[in-house]
Design a protein around this ligand. Sequence first.
Ligand code: DQQ
Length: 543
Amino acid sequence: SRLGIPYRTGYHFQPKGYWMNDPNGPVYYKGYYHLFYQYNPFAAIPGTIEWHHAVSKDMIHWQYLGATLRRDQWYDANGVWSGSITFLDDGVPVILYTGNSVDNKQYQARADPADPSDPLLRNWIKASYNPIAETPPGYNTSQFRDPTEAWRLSDGVWRMLVGANYGDGGLIGTALLFKSTDFVTWNYSHRLHENPTTGMWECPDFFPVRVKGKKGLEPSAVGPHVLHVLKVSLDLNKHDYYSVGKYLLETDTYAPLNPAIDTGIGLRYDYGKYYASKTFFDHKTQRRILYGWTNESTSTMDDVAKGWAGLQSIPRVVWLDKRTSTNILQWPIKEVQKLRHGKITVKNVNLKAGEVARLMDVSGVQLDIEVAFKIPDVKQGATPPELLAESGPSVCSQKGASVKGMYGPFGLLVLATDDLKEQTAVYFYFVYSKKDGWKTLVCSDQSRSTVSTNLMVDKTTYGSYVRLYEDDKFLKLRLLVDHSVVETFAQGGRTVITSRVYPQDAQGKNAHVFLFNNGTEPVTVDTVEAWNMGAVKFVDYKH
Ligand code: DQQ
């Protein structure tokens, strides 16, 4: 339908229509990146979900391959739900997924490629002995899903996790560890980890990271130079939480380095719309790469009217932040930079208090922008205008970009009309509290993102703190703008925010970019680099 056209993305992965949610089983195999995804082929609403499949040589240009796993067995008749791919010793990939059965019980099932020599892996066969794992006694049969990629320890035994919950009201979220010696028979062993207040853990992801360096690790890597990330998707609030910790081999359990920011109660991958994410190890380039589902911010009725819902974020490389060891860093895969063209560079712009300055020579709805601000010297003895005691990141949503602080808000307006009636503001804002002194927020304000009265849009402003170090020279933002999505990477990927926006008038040449400073103190822009981004044509790989 016409309503959806201006909002379809130019270079993010989207099916041709209808509903997409979680990324499933991403892998690199025989020259191709494979992405499977939860898809409803009948309507732009969740419902009759099955696995669909696309392949790519660069994770940017895709070929659709259609349905891979359909709802055709008693154990998956009500949904072929999320799962992962593991490579067995012969290098052949195997799918583990969740079937939601005729009577809405969840089972784990296996599927194998019909022809492993086909680099496109077009056909898959469900194992005759499915299901391979049932809900262990004491757990809810309808809260038992999303098997991880499996890994092995030196005992040669395969392990996988399945998300679950238990306890009063199902409030204890957990990842159940299953073991297998032959990848056919799986036995429940114990809980890898749990958290008493987080509810159902969907889509667990458990992977090793190097203590030093950006290179990724294969799933079974352990040892003194390795830490682990445990990510879960909280059904409770639809956010992806993670922590960094130790995989304790003696007990086969996980312990976060800092229990105060344990999985589910601490850090998020993304402070915007981002859920059910999954990583994989890219053997070709030795990177660990993260996909995440970005849901719409429009209503179900709007989604049906526009004929589609859901997209995948631009894949991100993830690695450990060695300065803290307790958080990861994320950065868009470099392949996306092939789409950059028409670069403009602007240097040394002073933004006075209250100034808004248009970036000439750049406009459009497909952009990649990098901006570096000089870090304001907040220690100049200035008295903060307001003591935002313990207010935290909620300041982003309470006040938005129009608040006048001392140091900020300052940042970028994108998808903005000349009169600024439509704009998406992405900015830094320094807040002060007696307890913590000055801290830096990064926010994405959607409150003026559209003037449309036809759409019902969730315009919540998102944000979180971003860490600064003494030797940081600049405050940096990178924005990937693509019609209805803005992905923001602050300070080299220390804090990430994905927003969905639906501008009505800020389209084509009328979509401008501005620098702004709403603070009472001036700020200096060191450099802005901006590119237009090409649109991706869908490809057809012949085999
Ligand atoms: N989506 C799948 C489930 C998973 C949920 C169903 C997370 O397997 O728990 O489409 O978005």
